[in-house]
Design a protein around this ligand. Structure first.
Ligand code: NDP
Length: 235
């Protein structure tokens, strides 16, 4: 059975991925700070406590996951945080937190799995980015910058790792109905729906299905791409 290693598989988009992949028979390792699912555990998912900002913790946890579930076939770097506010008000600690989680998480996880993927001669690395990384968001400048870094890294890794049989892509979601949206009022959410040509928020399952396609053999000639899942918000 293939092994999916995913960060943030306990809630939102990550949880939808964990459910989808485990349901299709994948062994799934989820890494998150609490190490626990928000509600009930998903069958077939191994939960590990790991902060993706810490390279030592990531290396140790990936080793533990490999011992339990075998070499990683698919990595989804999904864990992320968002911070809203004026750029000029952001403290250095906030900058570190956002960059170390959203970009550093991909950097640390990719470094931990690439040697195994190169050895086995195949692998897929996927990142959950954001449309704001492509276009920039007012009052989410740090978040947007961290996702812009993710997009550039994905493109570079795709070039570097293609000859080793490893494909690297990102999905770039629009507004998806998860805990990350809790900071918005119902009015804010309605306004975001109005701005989305599809007229609604996306679901975590719709992002998970795109990630499943991207790791499958059906996407065998797709690498280095940033795939929008945004209901037409950004075209
Ligand atoms: P949620 O807030 O619902 O879930 C975030 C997940 O990441 C949780 O499982 C959390 O677990 C984990 N996590 C956060 N920080 C860390 C850390 N330092 N180390 C390990 N795990 C961590 O978020 P979403 O599902 O909404 O978002 C998932 C991804 O999708 C993010 O990268 C986000 O930027 C991106 N995205 C989301 C959009 C949306 O509208 N929801 C739109 C565009 C992109 P724990 O707290 O236990 O660590």
């Amino acid at each position: 059975m293939p092994h999916l290693l995913i960060s943030g598989g306990t809630r939102g988009i990550g949880k939808a991925c964990a459910e989808l992949f485990a349901g299709k028979g994948y062994k799934v390792s989820s890494l998150s700070r609490t190490g626990k699912p928000d509600k009930e555990a998903v069958n077939g998912v191994s939960y590990f406590k790991c902060d993706v900002r810490d390279p030592g913790e990531v290396n140790k946890t990936v080793n533990d996951a490999v011992l339990e579930n075998g070499t990683v076939d698919v990595l989804i770097s999904n864990a992320g945080i968002s911070v809203t506010g004026l750029a000029q008000d952001m403290k250095f600690e906030v900058y570190r937190d956002v960059m170390d989680t959203n970009f550093g998480g991909l950097f640390n996880l990719a470094n931990a799995v690439i040697p195994g993927m190169v050895n086995q001669g195949h692998g897929v690395i996927l990142a959950v980015s954001s449309m704001w990384g492509q276009t920039g968001a007012s009052c989410e400048a740090l978040y947007s910058a961290s996702k812009g870094a993710v997009d550039s890294y994905v493109k570079s890794l795709a070039k570097e790792l293609g000859p080793s049989g490893i494909r690297v892509n990102a999905v770039s979601p629009g507004v998806i109905d998860t805990d990350m949206m809790n900071c918005y009022t119902e009015e804010d959410k309605e306004a975001l729906c109005d701005e989305t040509p599809a007229g609604r928020l996306g679901t975590p399952e719709e992002v998970a299905e795109t990630l499943f396609f991207l790791q499958s053999g059906k996407a065998s000639f797709i690498t280095g791409q940033i795939i929008g899942v945004n209901g037409g918000f950004l075209i």
